[in-house]
Design a protein around this ligand. Structure first.
Ligand code: NDP
Length: 286
């Protein structure tokens, strides 16, 4: 029987995961099926149990179920435990292994794909939701000079920073104003503001020369933030499509034991987005 995987979310119809995993499977010669599961909030476990009973081998988990997936896992990787959220479940007999591949995806896209070393850099992470939580440790593992977490609701950023209080690299959290006098070399927008066509209250002088602005949101939705960042002096801007592909590759590796090449898949997705937006693929943004 062909191994079956799926992404579960609510909503889920927009997900690009089926396309990404089909391309991965094709490129490494694996036969898999990858589908969509529209989960009902409050009924995550039932949906996963049904999929497992029907032979499912693993799921990707998206909004709003990452905490449910964390609870459901019978064992968790260190990075999932640290994040307090799970975006990938692998089923192995009675075992349900929970992982969080978002942070690895972000770091790989920034460091490998963009050639931007995080080591020694001053990093500003905007947002303190599930996505931000998942990337703090992988960012710290790159040995930045410092990490500041700014959030609209300041105490959430403070609480997130507090979780890393004993880390060798100083992690500070607060509202956007708390960092108004500082410059950063890397600014990561881990808020969902771009999806609502809004901008986080990023301080005007946040960008150091040569700074990279990164929005986890991808495609057209990321454009206003990235344009704004360039206007404030960022020297480069990137959307989250590469993160999406890289976190998926990490899931694929967990499930299949093979790391698929990501560059051709990223190129195909970028072309899909450009076609959908009716534009060319060689624009500076995203
Ligand atoms: P959450 O709902 O958990 O958190 C949302 C965060 O955004 C909170 O910190 C919230 O602040 C902040 N926020 C929302 N609206 C605004 C606004 N108008 N101005 C300032 N801050 C705002 O979402 P997630 O953390 O799960 O996801 C965040 C984003 O990351 C999503 O857009 C998601 O699509 C993207 N993402 C991309 C991935 C990729 O692979 N490219 C992977 C995972 C996520 P407050 O606490 O004050 O409400």
């Amino acid at each position: 029987m062909t191994d079956r995987y799926a992404v579960i979310g609510h909503p889920v119809a927009h997900s690009r995961s089926p396309r990404i995993h089909a391309l991965f499977a094709q490129s490494v010669g694996h036969a898999i099926e990858y589908g969509l599961i529209l989960g009902e909030p409050g009924h995550f476990r039932e949906a996963v149990d049904r999929f497992r009973a029907a032979g499912g081998r693993g799921v990707n988990v998206t909004v709003p179920f990452k905490l449910d997936a964390f609870e459901l896992a019978s064992e968790r990787t260190g990075r999932a435990t640290q994040a307090g959220a799970v975006n990938t479940l692998a089923f192995d007999g009675a075992r349900v292994i929970g992982d969080n591949t978002d942070g690895a995806g972000l770091v790989r896209d920034i460091v490998r794909n963009r050639g931007f070393a995080i080591a020694g850099k001053r990093v500003l992470l905007m947002g303190a939701g599930g996505a931000a939580r998942g990337v703090v440790l992988p960012l710290l593992d790159e040995q930045p000079a410092s990490l500041a977490i700014a959030n609209r609701t300041a105490d959430k950023a403070q609480a997130l920073a507090q979780r890393f209080a004993t880390h060798a690299i100083g992690v500070r959290g607060g509202g956007y104003d708390a960092f108004a006098s500082e410059r950063f070399d890397l600014v990561v927008n881990a808020t969902s503001a771009s999806l609502a066509r809004q901008l986080p209250a990023i301080p005007e002088h946040a960008f150091a020369p040569e700074a990279l602005a990164y929005d986890m949101v991808y495609g057209e939705a990321a454009r206003p933030f990235l344009m704004h960042a360039l206007g404030l002096g960022a020297s480069a801007a990137a959307d989250g499509l590469g993160m999406l592909v890289e976190q998926a590759a990490e899931s694929f590796w967990l499930w299949r034991g093979v790391r698929p090449p990501t560059a051709p898949v990223l190129e195909r997705l970028r072309a899909d987005l450009a076609r959908a937006a009716g534009s060319s693929t060689d624009e500076k943004i995203p």
